[in-house]
Design a protein around this ligand. Structure first.
Ligand code: EPU
Length: 338
């Protein structure tokens, strides 16, 4: 049976940076069974481009590929024991809706990850994280289809190669493995993580009782106060990763820049907030035409409307260069650039 194909594919609604670009053609994948059919129908041997929520993506031009939009939906309870419940969620589910679903059922573990844009299927790819929690902490299995070999393959947590905003899916299998579902292990009893930033203070200030719903409300409040809403201003969240330095490197920088914040993440490793480095270089709130650096969070580059992807990219190069010149630190982009 021929697959429904949209051609050309307008990608403007599907990237939160709001880039006006097209793909060659697009097919919406709503069940994993459609994936082998895609391979059978790819007579021209087009490259594939897998699209989730388009919220960690900078498109610098038209995408000369067959866009596979992940619309696999559904949330089912796969298993349960005394302590945990295992939920299998379709890769095309909206991440925040899944968080709300879990909270409504009383399942704990991802309340700190409320309001992160994107989809369930994209969550493991860059191991989304916020406020002291990373999604790798709750992922049990990532269910994939290999667009090269046509084979379905499940990755258990240890096979995913998770790191800080990293995984094998991002490193080795970009646009090769289609994540059609993810199985999560959620706690029936919450283990609250309130130490990061202002979560505890926000809960107190909002006079909320301690619950997973309150944690999510506090996180939503903090995010909304700092981060631009992509529906209003084009952006892809943090554009760069927070760099990790050795304790020695951090120590000598701290002598020259005594205010430099740093968080010890291992005995000899310190993470420095890239937002601070960028702000120190004078970029916070910078604007030139349609592109800029967000006034409340210097880690977020924004499209005020009508910018081209290459304008954002060029701004990111200038930021990289100035941070390197001032601090000798080479920032790494977190956003995937195409
Ligand atoms: N800071 C500044 N100036 C700024 C921004 C930050 O000085 O303009 C410094 C401050 O010292 C602040 C510290 O950076 O205390 C940390 O800032 P924040 O709590 O906003 O977090 P972040 O390190 O900038 C990371 C994630 C975010 C996540 C937040 C909260 C990365 C690349 N980003 O940002 O994730 O929401 O922590 O956990 O790790 C994303 O990945 O898209 C994202 C938004």
């Amino acid at each position: 049976m021929p697959l429904p194909i949209e051609s050309p594919a307008d990608l403007f609604p599907y990237n939160t940076f709001g880039m006006k670009v097209h793909g060659l053609q697009m097919t919406r994948i709503s069940t994993p069974e459609a994936l082998p059919e895609v391979l059978e129908n790819n007579l021209q041997q087009l490259p594939f481009f897998i699209l989730g929520g388009g919220s960690n993506l900078l498109l610098t031009g038209d995408v000369r590929a067959w866009i596979l939009k992940n619309e696999c939906r559904g949330i089912v309870k796969a298993a349960e024991d005394d302590r945990y419940v295992y939920l299998k969620a379709g890769g095309g589910e909206v991440w925040h809706d899944f968080v709300i679903h879990c909270i409504a059922q009383g399942y704990a573990g991802i309340e700190n990850l409320a309001l992160i844009p994107g989809t369930v299927g994209a969550a493991p790819i860059q191991n989304i994280g916020a406020y002291g929690v990373e999604v790798k902490d709750v992922i049990r299995t990532v269910h994939t289809f290999d667009l090269r070999t046509g084979v379905f393959r499940d990755f258990d947590n240890s096979a995913c190669g998770f790191g800080y905003r990293e995984s094998v899916f991002k490193r080795d299998y970009r646009n090769i493995l289609f994540v059609y579902a993810v199985t999560f292990r959620l706690d029936k009893e919450p283990a609250y993580r309130l130490e990061y930033g202002d979560i505890r203070k926000t809960i107190d200030d909002m006079k909320l009782p301690l619950s997973i719903a309150s944690v999510a409300r506090a996180v939503i409040h903090i995010r909304q106060s700092k981060l631009p809403d992509p529906r209003e201003i084009g952006n892809s969240g943090s554009f760069f990763k927070n760099p990790e330095l050795s304790a020695g490197e951090y120590g000598s920088l701290k002598e020259r820049f005594p205010d430099m914040p740093g968080y010890r993440i291992a005995e000899d490793r310190v993470k420095v907030p890239a937002g601070w480095l960028i702000e120190q270089c004078g970029w916070k709130g910078y604007r030139e035409g349609a592109v800029g650096v967000h006034p409340r969070q210097a880690l977020v580059l924004v499209n005020y409307g009508g910018a081209a992807g290459k304008d954002i990219y060029e701004l990111s190069v200038r930021i990289l260069e100035s941070v390197e010149e001032r601090f000798g630190i080479l920032l790494e982009r977190e956003v995937q650039v195409y």
